[in-house]
Ligand binder design. Structure first.
Ligand SMILES: O=C(O)CCC(=O)C(=O)O
Ligand SMILES: [Fe+2]
Length: 296
């Protein structure tokens, strides 16, 4: 349904560990849209994450443990970890997977990351329950995500308004589900050949699906869309800079845990579709380069 003020994105809440949509066909529509809103749980405290998003890039200051994170870089933390000042995008980012949360993030941020991960896994289970994939195969299919062996990354974006560039290039997220915290407009998604804004709703996270989910389900009875999205150029409006942060659920990068990405072929089962580490390198590399897009 098209409303005068844009696309009618679905809205859910989590009740008794399951996604409960406002509309009777809400889940099916959300799987096709690739994006939906979900109420933050009643006890959600976002102060640590919001503060980190507004501070991580600032020079260190002994009185403020949320500043001074540029020095935590890929050399120090490992591949795809730490601070990245992108060259072709306004965003400067901080990526951190769960193995590092307690050692690097301030304690409130590490706690919030774990709560967002648990919430994302509830959302993931609810979606898997709608697919024709047997439950006994869920953990294998998702590369160990449901048994705590996946890759869980909390990533912060700060959009530098003084940089003249796109905010964040066109891309699809790599993995299963993303739980996004945003308070400002700027996010746009490609749906039916047109770019539509997704404007944040107070009290709700934005959820979207990634490539791993799209590849797994493409031939199933319930294909799930990983929708291309981007952030437009942000101008200084005299107010605070735009920030966002997201909890990404991806498959394990450890070959001992998971051989890679699967597609589900009804009648045949899980079929290996390729290595996940190589896929991730490619999609991240292509997202932050000038003349490519983070699509596959
Ligand atoms: O800033 C946003 O609203 C979206 C960020 C995003 O798409 C991402 O970090 O993958
Ligand atoms: Fe994204």
């Amino acid at each position: 349904m098209h409303h005068r003020n844009g696309w009618d994105w679905q809205r859910a809440q989590v009740r008794d560990g399951r996604l409960d949509f406002r509309e009777p066909d809400g889940l099916d529509r959300a799987l096709r849209d690739g994006f939906f809103f979900v109420d933050q749980p009643p006890d959600t405290d976002l102060t640590g994450g919001d503060r980190f998003a507004r501070s991580f890039y600032l020079p260190a200051d002994s009185g403020d443990p949320y500043r001074g994170f540029r020095g935590w870089d890929e050399q120090r933390l490992g591949k795809h970890q730490g601070y990245f000042g992108r060259d072709e995008d306004q965003t400067e980012q901080f990526f951190l997977s769960s193995a590092h949360w307690k050692d690097v993030y301030p304690p409130e941020v590490a706690d919030q990351a774990a709560r967002m991960r648990d919430f994302a896994l509830v959302v993931l289970r609810s979606v898997l329950a709608r697919l024709d994939l047997p439950e006994s195969q869920w953990d294998t299919a998702t590369g160990g995500c449901l048994s705590g062996r996946g890759t869980y990354t909390l990533t912060f974006n700060h959009f530098r308004p003084q940089v003249r560039a796109r905010g964040l290039n066109v891309h699809k997220d790599s993995g299963w589900v993303t739980v996004l915290r945003s308070t400002e407009p700027g996010l746009e998604v490609l749906r039916d050949g047109e770019w539509h804004p997704i404007n944040p709703t107070p009290g709700a996270f934005i959820v979207n699906f990634g490539c791993a989910m799209e590849i797994l389900t493409a031939q199933s009875a319930t294909p799930v869309s990983a929708v291309a999205h981007r952030v437009g150029e942000q101008n200084s409006r005299g107010g605070p800079d735009r920030f966002s942060y997201a909890l990404f659920v991806d498959s394990s990068l450890d070959g001992e845990v998971s051989p890679g990405m699967f597609r589900y072929e009804p009648g045949r089962g899980l079929v290996l579709a390729g290595r996940f580490d190589e896929f991730l390198d490619r999609i991240l590399g292509n997202t932050y380069r000038k003349d490519t897009t983070g699509l596959y």
